[in-house]
Design a protein around this ligand. Structure first.
Ligand SMILES: Nc1ncnc2c1ncn2[C@@H]1O[C@H](COP(=O)(O)OP(=O)(O)OP(=O)(O)O)[C@@H](O)[C@H]1O
Length: 473
C-alpha cells in the first residue's frame, strides 16, 4: 500500500481522488492549501503527490522544486483545472512526474500513479545498503535519519558539491563529516570554515592565504584554508553569512579550483571537495539580493536536508540514553534510569534548539543529579516544563484563538489536536498574505508597491514570482 497526498482546494476533487485512489488500495491524505500540504510532507513521507496549480496560498508549479528537493520526495503529478501556456513544460522542467488536465478520466488519472509507484519500487529496491556506512556519532534510526544516511552514501560516492540545510543544532556538521569519512578523500584533511565568525576584512586572507608582506603584520607567507583542504574536503559552515563581496571570488574558486592569495603574483590550485551548510533559506537571501543565485546553483549540486528533531520523535529516546551514558562516564557518576514520565516529557517537548539543546540539557541534568539513580520530569528546567504544559493547554483552546496563532489542525474529526506550524510554513504564509495585500493595495502598480514596501523592483518581482502573485502588465 502506497501513501498518496492530494493538495487541491476543490472539495469535490479531493473526494473523487480519495475514492478512486483508495479504491486501488492506497492510503490517501487530502489537504486544501499549499501550506497544509507542505506541513503534511514535513510530518511524513508520501510516495506520490497530486498537486493542483492554482491554490489559495500559492502556485503548485512554482512549488515543485521545493518539494522535489526534499529527502525521499514524492513523485509529483500536476493535476490542474486551468490550462497554462507552457504549464506541462514547466512542470516537467521543475521535476514533476506528469501533468494532467482536469476533467480527467479515471484511467488518465490513475495510469501515471501506477507508473510512478512502479518506478519508485524499482528505485528503492536498488538502493545501496547503508549498513556499511561509517556514521561516527550519528545517533538515531528513524526513517528520516535513515533517508539522510542514504543521501550521505550517495554524496560520499561522488565528488559533487553538496549543500546541507537544516535548523540550528540538527547535526549538519556531523553529517558533513560523515560524507567526508565515507568518501575517497577520507584520508585527506577535513577543513572547517565558519563563515559567521569571519569579518569582511579577514575573510580573503583566511580563505585564500597571503604572501609575505601583503599587508602590515604579514611577516611570512600564510596558506589559506582553501589550500589546506587540498586532497580533502572544505566544509563551509553558515555559508549564508559569506559576504556578498566575496561570493564572486569564491564562485570562481569553485569553478576553477584556482585562486590568488592576497598580495601574491602567482595563482595557486587546490583539489578540494566542497560541502556547505546553512540554517538560512538561501532562496529568500537570493530574492533579497543578499546571495548570488549562480553560487547557490553551484553549491546545491546535491542537497541534504536534516529534519528538525521534532519531526523524528522516535530518535529522542535513543539520543537521551546515548548522552546520559556519555556524560555519566565523563563526570564519573553512576548511570541513571529514566522514569516513563521523564521520557514522555522529552518526547512531548518541541526542541527548538534541536539535538544541540538535548545534548546540553542532558549534560546539565547529569551534573545536577549527581548520585540520584532515576530521572523524573522534576529534573527538567522549569522553562521546558512550562513550555510542555502550555502545549498541552493549547489543546483546550478555541478555533478562534488559534486563527491568530501559527498553529494548525492535525488529524480529522473530533480527535483533532493542535500543533505549532513549522516556522518556514508560517513565514511563507505570512509573506504570501503580505505580498497579496501589497499588490491589492497598490492596485497592481509595481512602482506604488515598491514605494509602499520599500523594496527594490528586482526584489519585489522575485517575491511575487516565488509566491505566484500575478503582476499587471
Ligand atoms: N544525530 C545525532 N546524533 C548524535 N549527536 C548529534 C546528532 N545530531 C547532532 N548531534 C550533536 O548536536 C550538536 C550540534 O550538532 P552540529 O554542530 O552538527 O549542528 P549544526 O546543525 O551544524 O548546528 P548549527 O547550524 O548551529 O551550526 C553536536 O554536539 C552534535 O554532536
Amino acid at each position: 500500500m502506497a501513501k498518496i497526498l492530494v493538495i487541491d482546494d476543490d472539495t469535490h476533487i479531493r473526494e473523487v481522488c480519495k475514492l478512486v485512489i483508495e479504491g486501488m488500495g492506497h492510503e490517501v491524505t487530502a489537504q486544501p492549501t499549499l501550506a497544509k500540504g507542505l506541513s503534511a510532507l514535513d510530518r511524513e513521507f508520501f510516495d506520490v503527490l497530486y498537486l493542483d496549480v492554482d491554490l489559495p496560498d500559492g502556485n503548485g508549479l512554482i512549488a515543485i522544486p521545493k518539494i522535489t528537493e526534499r529527502e525521499r520526495a514524492p513523485e509529483v503529478i500536476i493535476f490542474t483545472g486551468a490550462s497554462y501556456p507552457n504549464g506541462a513544460e514547466l512542470a516537467i522542467k521543475n521535476g514533476a512526474w506528469d501533468y494532467i488536465e482536469k476533467p480527467a478520466t479515471a484511467e488518465s488519472m490513475t495510469l501515471p500513479l501506477i507508473r510512478a509507484l512502479q518506478y519508485r519500487k524499482e528505485k528503492f529496491a536498488h538502493r545501496p545498503p547503508t549498513v556499511a556506512l561509517k556514521r561516527e556519532g550519528i545517533i538515531g534510526n528513524s526513517p528520516r535519519v535513515a533517508s539522510c544516511l542514504d543521501l550521505v552514501a550517495q554524496a560520499a560516492n561522488s565528488d559533487a558539491n553538496t549543500l546541507i540545510t537544516g535548523e540550528t543544532g540538527t547535526g549538519k556538521e556531523l553529517f558533513a563529516r560523515a560524507i567526508h569519512d565515507n568518501s575517497e578523500r577520507a584520508d585527506g584533511p577535513f577543513v572547517v570554515v565558519d563563515c559567521s565568525s569571519l569579518t569582511e576584512t579577514l575573510i580573503e586572507s583566511v580563505l585564500f592565504g597571503h604572501a609575505k608582506g601583503a599587508f602590515t603584520g604579514a611577516e611570512k607567507k600564510q596558506e589559506g584554508l582553501i589550500k589546506q583542504a587540498d586532497k580533502g574536503t572544505l566544509f563551509l559552515d553558515e555559508v549564508g553569512e559569506l559576504p556578498i563581496s566575496q561570493q564572486k571570488a569564491f564562485l570562481r574558486v569553485l569553478q576553477e579550483h584556482r585562486f590568488r592569495p592576497v598580495g601574491a603574483k602567482e595563482e595557486e590550485t587546490s583539489d578540494f571537495r566542497l560541502v556547505a551548510a546553512t540554517n538560512k533559506d538561501l532562496e529568500t537571501l537570493v530574492a533579497a539580493g543578499d546571495f548570488r543565485n549562480d553560487l547557490l546553483f553551484r553549491l546545491r549540486t546535491m542537497h541534504l536536508n536534516i529534519p528538525a528533531l521534532r519531526y523524528r520523535g522516535e530518535d529522542i529516546r535513543e539520543l537521551a540514553i546515548y548522552y546520559m551514558n556519555a556524560f555519566c562516564k565523563k563526570y564519573k557518576v553512576p548511570l541513571k534510569g529514566f522514569s516513563p514520565e521523564f521520557l514522555d516529557s522529552l518526547e512531548e517537548y518541541d526542541w527548538p534548539g534541536n539535538v544541540r539543546e538535548l545534548v546540553n540539557l542532558m549534560e546539565n541534568i547529569i551534573v545536577r543529579a549527581q548520585y540520584e539513580p532515576t530521572l523524573y520530569p522534576k529534573h527538567l528546567p522549569p522553562e521546558i516544563r512550562i513550555r510542555i504544559m502550555s502545549g498541552r493547554r493549547q489543546e483546550g483552546m478555541t478555533a478562534q484563538d488559534n486563527e491568530l496563532l501559527p498553529v494548525q489542525e492535525q488529524g480529522g474529526g473530533s480527535g483533532q489536536e493542535l500543533v505549532l506550524t513549522p516556522f518556514d510554513d508560517y513565514k511563507r504564509d505570512v509573506e504570501h498574505r503580505y505580498f497579496k495585500l501589497l499588490m491589492q493595495t497598490a492596485g497592481g502598480d509595481i512602482h506604488k508597491a515598491c514605494e509602499l514596501s520599500e523594496l527594490g523592483k528586482q526584489s519585489l518581482y522575485r517575491y511575487l514570482r516565488i509566491h505566484g502573485i500575478p503582476t499587471r502588465t
